[in-house]
Write a new protein. Structure first.
Length: 394
């Protein structure tokens, strides 16, 4: 087939291919690709479409994406994002968990196939599975960041519009009274009791507590590594009182007997030498036994006695206190104990005052105490009220 001028591109036959091919130039580089058709008229239309894209790129109206980039998989975009996070020292267990959700769903897709409708479908499926809006948002935000990074590096020219779910009213209000905590602790398996106490006293996140190794314990200090912290910043807590006793117990339980001999666990909190993993089932069982939660059948929507509904044999969902409630509890306890808020924020790992204030919950008992104090003040006598009235009139 006759070739046109260099700026017009050309359509040609290629040996061994059932389709016609086209070639065109951009910034001195030749691009060749199949038109996907053996009909000359359709092949010419395909080339004309490509030349429009090239022209738009040349005048700065769009970024041209060649055929290789069009075949780019979402998994490549996510790998690039993960590498970017590593270079910036921002990878955390939470980041990896949210990234895993997106990778499992979209990893094999071509980036060009991910539309706003496809993302909405993903969101709907996560909602049906019981994921909270904030949890879903963390995953979709990473997907959006991956597309944005690819566009900044001129690997893609477009990205899907990704909706952000409302998180209004998402802030949980749960916390543990001291009696609740002890009731729960008595129902937990032995290997979780010290783990839970550390979280109750410090307000550290579950993953942060689980990450602690003996190399992080230095005398009367415990240091959390930045890579294991949600905000990427290291922090330290001093050991005294119950915390000091807790660490001494852990030292005594560091050695684990196995079939091949004694094993020294590198983790402060462990289960037969291995790091503490997912304990949601044990947690739910203990909370229900302590009267701090219940199991609800997904299908019947009725409270049931265990993880499975006996009536319809469907899976039951646990509803009640969660480990993260210790975080709110620790903040509240420290503030009420007179610990300066800046110090409390350093221990718990809160970077912003707004989030810290959200965790510093005012409970019903706080409100009740305020009313009792107010009424006690008013009952001190009419003379005081009269003096206050005269001062107000003046």
């Amino acid at each position: 087939m006759a070739a046109g001028a260099r700026g017009d591109g050309r359509v040609f036959s290629r040996k061994g291919s059932a389709f016609l091919w086209c070639a065109y130039y951009l910034r001195g580089k030749e691009y060749r690709e199949s038109t996907g058709t053996a009909e000359p008229i359709k092949a010419a239309k395909f080339l004309k479409h490509r030349l429009k894209e090239v022209g738009a790129d040349q005048i700065g109206k769009a970024v041209f994406v060649g055929p290789q980039q069009e075949r780019m998989k979402v998994s490549k975009l996510l790998e690039a994002l993960e590498e970017d996070y590593k270079l910036r020292g921002k990878t955390t267990p939470q980041f990896r968990a949210h990234l895993k959700h997106v990778r499992n769903y979209f990893g094999t897709w071509r980036a060009a196939e991910v539309s706003a409708e496809a993302v909405d479908k993903y969101i709907s499926e996560r909602q049906e599975a019981g994921s909270a809006p904030a949890t879903i948002n963390r995953s979709t935000q990473l997907l959006a960041q991956a597309f944005k990074l690819a566009m900044e590096r001129r690997h893609l020219s477009t990205a899907p519009q990704i909706r952000h779910l409302s998180e209004k009213g998402n802030a949980r209000q749960g916390f543990f009274a001291d009696a609740d905590y002890h009731a729960l602790k008595d129902k937990l398996p032995e290997y979780l009791r010290d783990f839970v106490q550390f979280g109750y006293l410090t307000g550290w996140r579950k993953g942060e507590v689980a990450s602690l190794r003996w190399s992080d314990v230095d005398g009367d200090l415990v240091r959390l590594r930045g890579e294991n912290s949600k905000n990427g910043e290291a922090r330290t807590v001093t050991l005294s009182g119950d915390l000091a006793g807790l660490i001494e117990r852990r030292k005594a339980q560091r050695t684990v007997q196995t079939k091949t001999g004694a094993l020294m666990s590198e983790y402060v909190f462990h289960q037969r030498g291995a790091p503490v993993g997912d304990f949601r089932k044990a947690w739910a069982t203990a909370c229900v036994a302590a009267g701090l939660g219940q199991f609800v059948c997904r299908r019947c929507n009725q409270a049931v006695g265990g993880h499975t509904c006996e009536a319809c044999e469907s899976e039951a969902v646990y509803v009640g206190r969660i480990f993260h409630d210790f975080r709110r509890t620790a903040v509240r306890n420290m503030v009420r104990a007179g610990v300066p808020e800046r110090v409390a924020m350093t221990i718990s790992g809160h970077k912003t005052r707004s989030v810290f204030d959200r965790y510093n919950i005012v409970s019903e008992s706080d409100l009740r105490e305020a009313m009792v104090r107010t009424q006690a003040y008013l009952k001190q006598g009419p003379s005081r009220s009269k003096v206050s009235l005269i001062n107000a009139q003046l």
